[in-house]
Write a protein of this length. Structure first.
Lengths: 113, 116
């Protein structure tokens, strides 16, 4: 168990809809990362937050947004969903005591139909 | 920019034999290197990392990896493979001099199949 918790584990939704994925980082970790894993594009970095502030953006679509709250949990919002957004979305966290290691949650499986 | 290459989509090995999963990287500065494993329908589990120091690093489940700066490689090894090692393995790199963020860049993954 990495200590990173993601909900929901699975969700199925229709095209055009909006979903929110939630992540609780390991206790004390200030950094939260979001990654997308799809069959055709592998593991893609989406965004990094540190203590509530955006630190880096990767290949994140404009239809997607994220935030990190004062209690350090994070949410990834996906809107106007398309079939191609179907993927496994990972949250990960790191902190001062992790020695540069980033720990991943179990992921949220999103299926867009 | 940083990048990782895992040249083999799949590695097949017999149980009890040594295994190697290859990884090469490219960063502008000094690298932090990582290996993760993903079992079916599971998340990414951290195996081991190289930050600095000894080029041979040991990790979980008997795995080890050797950092080779001249060849920009970080191959994953295990002396004796188990059927339970069958999984998807990812190599990842972070440029320690990258002040834009701490994100990892992953290779495409290598599927390890260990046959009895």
């Amino acid at each position: 168990d990495s200590g990173v918790t993601q909900t929901p584990k699975h969700l199925i939704t229709a095209t055009g809809q909006r979903v929110t994925l939630r992540c609780s980082p390991r206790s004390g970790d200030l950094s939260v990362y979001w990654y997308q894993q799809s069959l055709d594009q592998g593991l893609q970095f989406l965004i990094h937050y540190y203590n509530g502030e955006e630190r880096a953006k990767g290949n994140i679509l404009e239809r997607f947004s994220a935030q990190q709250f004062p209690d350090l949990h994070s949410e990834l919002n996906l809107s106007s969903l398309e079939l191609g957004d179907s993927a496994l979305y990972f949250c990960a966290s790191s902190g001062r005591d992790s020695g540069n290691t980033i720990y991943f949650g179990e992921g949220s499986w999103l299926t867009v139909v | 920019a940083q990048s990782v290459a895992q040249p083999e989509d799949q590695v097949n090995v017999a149980e009890g034999n040594p295994l190697t999963v290859k990884c090469t990287y490219s960063v502008s500065g000094n690298p932090y290197l990582f290996w993760y494993v993903q079992y079916p329908n599971r998340g990414l589990q951290f195996l081991l990392k190289y930050i600095t120091g000894d080029n041979l690093v040991k990790g979980s489940y008997g795995f080890e990896a050797e950092f080779n700066k001249s060849q920009t490689s970080f191959h994953l090894k295990k002396p004796s493979a188990l059927v339970s090692d069958s999984a998807l393995y990812f190599c990842a790199v972070r440029d320690m001099n990258n002040n834009a963020g701490n994100m990892l860049t992953f290779g495409g993954g290598t599927r390890l199949m260990v046959k009895p």
